[in-house]
Design a protein around this ligand. Structure first.
Ligand SMILES: [Fe+2]
Length: 343
């Protein structure tokens, strides 16, 4: 694909058959979970026209141009975006509170509750991706953990779909994103909610949360092993400077590398009582400079997914798209993981 195949158009020119390449800086206003896809349904077209997006970029090599098609009139009964996102978000937050509350007892994780939360988040991602990301940006002190978990679940779900992973893998990654910080249940609240810098001692306590989470998930949840691995490895870095084990490169499963990216992106863009959130562009620029931290190929794919550009993007522009089968291996999933996952 060359740049000459990309064309910026006004949303009023959009029509069925066009391939949407991105929304530029307006990605947060996009009503879609994916930033790159072919417009094929009147419902999608209607959602685009009713959104606050003003312009979009189309790829002429993968779909029709503005002069080749007649704008289609969406069918009125196919409006899928009229749900109350705020109410669903509140419901999801309460469900995560209940899920985490039960996990702090000796019974471990309730798999049915996990499924129910992922269903609600999934529904929000499909109908109101803007809503879920905006609502999870503003985290109140007592709900930071819950809403961060929801945000990472939503982000990694979008990311997985952008990578064209098949449904079961997307689901496993959503569960992994939801539960990645479950170990923080065993970190003292005074440390979790401290506004100032943590002491070296407090940092050491905080850094026990991946292992504590892994132990919670190892109690026989019926969830795939990969969910526990993601929990254990989401703070590892490719250069070996992460924790708890200082794993390097291929020792870190790709699912954990994906969740690590979503985890940090949400943390940087979140508004907290004690800090402003970075813009998505600033967060992307910061993350691109942290050499040795993230999987560079996945990071650039994530930027693509979010409609963000990075100076590093050109370096991996020729990386071929992963097929679903290759993605199974890339994620570090075993056949047993897949066989045992019946969502
Ligand atoms: Fe964490």
């Amino acid at each position: 694909m060359t740049k000459s195949t990309l064309l910026e158009i006004d949303k009023s020119e959009a029509c069925l058959g066009m391939f949407i390449h991105g929304f530029g800086k307006q990605w947060l206003s996009s009503p879609f979970a994916l930033s790159q896809f072919k417009l094929t349904s009147p419902a999608e077209l209607k959602a685009l026209r009713e959104s606050s997006v003003s312009t979009l970029t189309i790829d002429l090599s993968r779909g029709i141009g503005p002069k080749n098609g007649t704008p289609a009139k969406p069918k009125p009964h196919q409006n899928q975006g009229a749900d109350n996102g705020a109410a669903a978000m509140k419901q999801a937050t309460e469900m995560v509170r209940s899920l985490f509350g039960s996990a702090s007892s000796s019974t471990g994780i309730d798999r049915q509750k996990v499924e129910a939360v992922v269903d609600v988040v999934d529904q929000l991602v499909f109908t109101r991706p803007t809503t879920i990301l905006n609502l999870t940006k503003l985290k109140t002190k007592d709900e930071i953990s819950f809403q961060h978990s929801i945000a990472v679940c939503a982000l990694v779900g979008m990311f997985a779909r952008h990578l064209k992973l098949e449904g079961k893998l997307v689901r496993i990654l959503c569960v992994s994103g939801l539960l990645h910080d479950i170990g923080k249940l065993h970190i003292p609240t005074a440390i979790l909610t401290k506004n100032g810098m943590l002491t070296a001692e407090e940092i050491a306590v905080m850094q026990t949360h991946p292992r504590k989470g892994y132990e919670i998930l190892a109690k026989g949840t019926g969830l795939p092993d990969i969910v526990g691995k993601v929990c254990l490895q989401h703070h590892e870095k490719l250069d070996g400077s992460g924790y708890p084990a200082g794993l390097k490169d291929g020792e870190i499963v790709a699912a954990a590398r994906m969740v690590a990216i979503c985890d940090v992106f949400d943390a940087l863009t979140s508004i907290r009582p004690y800090k402003k959130g970075s813009t998505p562009e600033t967060a992307a620029a910061m993350m691109a400079t942290w050499k040795g931290h993230f999987d560079q190929m996945l990071l650039n794919k994530f930027f693509d997914c979010m409609g963000l550009q990075s100076p590093e993007r050109r370096m991996v522009a020729n990386v071929s798209a992963q097929t679903a089968h290759a993605a199974d291996e890339m994620l570090g999933l075993s056949q047993a993981d897949l066989d045992g996952f019946q969502f």
